[in-house]
Structures are given as structure tokens and as C-alpha cells.
Design a protein around this ligand. Sequence first.
Ligand SMILES: [Mn+2]
Length: 261
Amino acid sequence: MPQKVRIIGVPMDLGQSRRGVDMGPSALRVAGLAPRLKQLGCQVDDIGNISVKQPEEQPYGEKRAKYLNEIAETCRGLAEMIEKSLTEGYLPLVLGGDHSIAVGTAAGVSGYFRKQSKRVGLLWLDAHGDMNTPDSSPSGNVHGMPLASIIGYGPPELVDLVGYHPTIEPRNVCLVGIRDLDSKERRLIKDSGEHVFTMRDIDERGLREVMSEAIRFASDDTDGIAVSLDLDFVDPEDAPGVGTPVRGGVTYREAHLPTAN
Ligand SMILES: [Mn+2]
């Protein structure tokens, strides 16, 4: 049986202030994502993009968490779509969009497994921790808050998106590729019990070993793993088209390794 993959585009541009990341789903499609997946033997169902409000159309509201309600609404729709896809036997492949959409992805995957009394872990591949809350965020941009929300810290609109929290237990969350953390994020990561591999760990131990250990943390006592890849995990030399590039990321070659495990 071929792996059934369902592509879901989420052109979200509300979580951060640098415009353009809403073009992500189109860029990935234009670059030939579906044909590549078919080459790999997958059966592909691209359902297009889910609808996202445009930042020009409304005020951002609370300045410590801009466009929070609009982001929560999109994430809830995405979570439903993910759960439906999993129920129908598809592996959901979500294309962003800024990283605030990961709250919806995690909620959808978690919700599907929860109905079978199962749990999932999460691999978070990113230059950033995305572990801010409205109280700690210097910018009020929600794209810096999704991982905190997933493990139960932050605005109730996101933390309780699907009626329970955390959607993923912090001890089954592993961050990889980290090289830009705010000091409050650093503290919250430590206190939460998440696992972290920075770029320095990758330099010293190699990505192969780091990923094996990360997968072990994420799969400890769980029934599956969700993966959230922020393209800024990759060095800006290889992936310049991101909202918040940080030098010193993984190479083009290394970026293939996490998925090859
Ligand atoms: Mn990032």
C-alpha cells in the first residue's frame, strides 16, 4: 500500500510582521512538491489552501498577542482538517505560512490519537524556540509562541484550542537546531522539561546522533511523532526565503537527514 499524503496549505501571515510568508504554500507547490512525493511512491491528495484572514482587513487587537483570535480560528479549522485526514488514512502534510499554524497541527494530531487513548511526541526543528507567551514576547507576534501554547503556556485561546491541554506533553517534545533564544524562553524551556539540541550539539555530535536521540525522546511512551519544521532550521545560504533567518543553521545535505530516519 502506498503512503497516502494529504497536502494542506495554510497561507498564514498574521503571526509575524514581515510580509510574504503567506506565499509559502504556493512556492512549495511551484517547486514541485507533489511530483516529488509521487516519485517517492506516495499517493498525493492536495486539497488546496484553507482560508486565512488578511492582516489588512482588521486591527491586530491585543498588542501582546497580535491577531490572536484570527489565528486561533484558523488553527481550529486546521486541527479539524488534520483529524479528518488522519481518520481517512492520510498523512497530513501542512504547508505554511508562519509558524503559529503549528498550534493547529499539534492539536489535530493530538486529538486524533487522544480519541484512541494514545499520545504523540513532537520534533520541533527550528532556529528559534517559539516558547514566548504574551507576557514574555518582545514583539507580540504569535509566531514566537506556538510551542509554548502546545505544551500549555500562553493565551487560553491557543492553549485550550481544542478543549484540553497540553496537546503534547513537554517531556515528549524535542527542539533541534536551536540558535536564537530569548532569555525568558530559555528559562521556560528549562522549567518545562522539554529536550533541546542546539546547533552546538549538532556541531559536536553530528545530526545523525542528535536526531536518533531526539526521536527517542519524542517516542518515549508515545504512539507516534508529529514533526514541525520551520524552514529557518536550514541555513539562510540554502533557504533564504524565510521570515526570520538566522545564520549558522544546518546545511542542505543535513536537512535531508531528519526525514531519512
Ligand atoms: Mn523559526
